[in-house]
Design a protein around this ligand. Structure first.
Ligand code: ZN
Length: 211
């Protein structure tokens, strides 16, 4: 197994590396000292961030849509360029085993400056686009979008989350389960290590296979 992993690493096939490591039930962060798995530093450093974000996605999906939304690949955008775009949802961004999946990108330059509420509200916003895509709707911020957000308890025009709403409960739950997530996003944004889209996708494939 170790030889297989080493070979995959030499070829730079991080998807295969992650799959193999998962297969032997040995998380990269729990690799015994001295074995010297040369996983990409960014991944080694921030595996917990990805796991927590996927956990948040599952929480929103289950409380917001009864688990009806499809799995989605999560990208971390670490660009330092000034932007107003806190995130975006992209239909058909990737394929795993012949199935096509959408992606959500999280802009750390904005989200790492906020708090858990702004992060979860952003996630629910992008997931409402996923809901549109999954139901053959056109996307955009039209009436169907606003109504769906209001149903969850988010009034974007007034930047308000209704107390006691689904969105409100989701924010409380995320805060309770992962109180350190946003400060981890901050470290992630300022890390000298770099993630790549390929790594983000490899992690998504690993998450899919571990379900
Ligand atoms: Zn939008």
């Amino acid at each position: 197994m170790v030889e297989l992993i080493t070979a995959a690493m030499r070829e730079g096939d991080w998807g295969a590396v992650l799959r193999l490591m998962h297969a032997q039930r040995q998380g990269p962060t729990t690799a015994p000292a001295g074995v010297g798995y040369d996983l990409p530093p960014f991944y080694r450093e921030f595996e917990d961030v990805y796991r927590q974000l996927y956990w948040c996605y599952d929480l929103c999906n289950s409380w917001g849509w009864g688990g009806a939304l499809p799995p989605v690949a999560l990208f971390l955008n670490r660009s330092r360029r000034w932007t107003r775009v806190a995130g975006y949802a992209k239909p058909g961004a990737t394929a795993v085993n012949g199935r096509v999946y959408c992606a959500i990108s999280v802009t750390l330059n904005i989200c790492a400056r906020g708090n858990i509420d702004s992060l979860m509200t952003l996630l629910l916003h992008e997931m409402t686009h996923i809901w549109q895509f999954a139901n053959g709707r056109r996307g955009g911020h039209g009436k169907d979008f606003k109504n769906e957000m209001l149903r969850l308890g988010i009034d974007e025009a007034r930047r308000r989350v209704r107390v006691g709403s689904t969105a409100d409960r989701i924010c409380r739950e995320a805060q309770m389960r992962h109180p350190g997530l946003v400060s981890r996003l901050r470290l992630c944004f300022h890390s000298t290590h770099r993630p790549t889209k390929g790594m983000d996708l490899a992690f998504f494939r690993m998450m899919m296979e571990s379900r």
